[in-house]
Ligand binder design. Structure first.
Ligand code: ATP
Ligand code: ATP
Ligand code: MG
Ligand code: MG
Lengths: 262, 262
């Protein structure tokens, strides 16, 4: 299946989730392809690809018709392949515009390799650009990571609104959307009441409006998730015993459950 | 002068800085115009504009030639005017593409009102789109907010690289770029050593490479800066005695200093 990790709002943990969820699935024995759809190539950088080696990337497939197989790379992780992003994606609105059925360009590009993978996971950039719409249309499932804060909630509402609007009438299954709370503060003495109060308030609001679409697993704020990106490793390689690793594994199990995958 | 608050990376505190720095200048008696260049309209929402009242916005000026004066709004804050953003900005790459000298469209639109304001502050969206390039070209000064983390550092490097590349030879003054560390953890017992170590490591790296371009003021992580956005107020109205308010006022003074404004 194809899962897009998507939220218009910046810095809500999309890349961290794309990388670590992909690694969790790979560790369980699934075959995973991670596709970096961000011109900033954060997922690629987080997996240790040097800035100078981002080409060839998904841009070459989308804009120059390169066969998708030719841009798939191994990562150091067994079962996890990667297609990088690069700066050419910044022009995707213009370059995709004249293609007929342009919102389906990405989905079409996946056809030759769909059967080679159990999961294709797309890490989206923070905006509802034509490229993000392509990720939306290509996907069977959606993970929407959000920080329990007001502006992140606004991003959630517009993102989910767009998914529903673009996919309705195309056999859309409401269960396909899963909201993931990220950078959640643990209820420990070091966190002042104010943080916990705001967080609970936003989580409660989201539960009232999107009850059936929320993952029980909340990813805690843990500096290891930030550190790991500079080592080019997943959290499972960098800090396998950390709470963060346990939570991303638990999330992977919940995703399998949500999509009824045995 | 025109200042763009810019960073390709998502969620680094651009909007928080745009809003609160603008409010700080207004409180000092300057005339300020805040321009929301984000399709998500976060700055506008943070100042209490309802989602349904974002139009007319900067889109109407850029794409439909509406006179800029007709879209300027008062805010509740004396001395602070606002031009909202709205969802039409998502199409800016396509809509700006055919305009001659298209990177200068925003700058040109400011001409009729430049003399009415001491500061025009542009809140940019997280990507180096044609609209962000417009904000880059229009500006005399740049504030680049970044969280002291690896992916935020990557965003800083590419953002500053783009500013220098696009502006060189146009009488570019290297001092015009100011890096602002945001969401900095205070060295207090509640923060574990790991957070402080990573933070110091990144700050040290930035100092080595961008020594003359860093603001001494660091904006601390303070949940009040998140809370204030849901009340449609600046930090000065919401929590005037908070450390966060003191720091944004101090930043305003440093900005005046950097640009030698009396
Ligand atoms: N649970 C977490 N705890 C601590 N830091 C985290 C966590 N998740 C992500 N981070 C860090 O926070 C920053 C933002 O996260 P990330 O880059 O994954 O978000 P994003 O939504 O992909 O951002 P963008 O909108 O720019 O693509 C990164 O530096 C990342 O390493
Ligand atoms: N110093 C701070 N302490 C705590 N929370 C903060 C701070 N600065 C900003 N925030 C909150 O963190 C989130 C991200 O900040 P903000 O929206 O200002 O970043 P941004 O760079 O404008 O994001 P985007 O890339 O999506 O435009 C927001 O919910 C904001 O209210
Ligand atoms: Mg990302
Ligand atoms: Mg913003």
């Amino acid at each position: 299946m194809i899962i897009s990790v998507i939220n218009n709002k910046g810095g809500t943990g999309k890349t961290s989730t794309s990388v670590n969820l992909s690694a969790a699935f790979a560790a369980m024995g699934f075959r995973v392809l991670l596709v970096d759809l961000d011109a900033q190539a954060n997922a690629s950088l987080s997996l240790g690809i040097p800035y100078t080696e981002l080409s060839p990337s998904i841009s070459d497939v989308l804009f120059d018709g390169l066969p998708i197989r030719s841009v798939i790379r191994n990562t150091g992780i067994t079962g996890l392949d990667l297609i990088t992003g690069d700066l050419d994606l910044v022009n995707s609105d213009l370059l995709l515009e004249d293609i007929s059925n342009r919102e389906m360009t990405l989905g079409r590009s996946f056809f030759p390799v769909k059967e080679d993978y159990d999961f294709i996971i797309c890490d989206c950039s923070p905006s509802m650009s034509l490229l993000s719409v392509n990720a939306l249309m290509a996907a069977d499932g959606y993970i929407v990571p959000m920080i329990p804060e007001y502006l992140s909630l606004e991003g959630l509402i517009t993102t989910i609104g767009t998914i529903k609007r673009m996919k309705k009438g195309v056999g859309f299954n409401r269960k396909s959307i899963g909201i993931l709370f990220t950078m959640v503060n643990l209820n420990v003495r070091s966190f002042r009441r104010r943080e916990l109060i705001l967080q609970s308030k936003i989580i409660k609001l989201v539960r009232e409006h999107y009850g059936g679409n929320i993952y029980n697993t909340h990813i805690i704020r843990d500096v290891r998730l930030s550190e790991t990106t500079s080592y080019g490793k997943s959290i499972f390689e960098f800090a396998p015993k950390s709470k963060a690793a346990v939570l991303y594994k638990r999330l992977a199990e919940e995703v399998l459950d949500r999509y009824e995958i045995i």
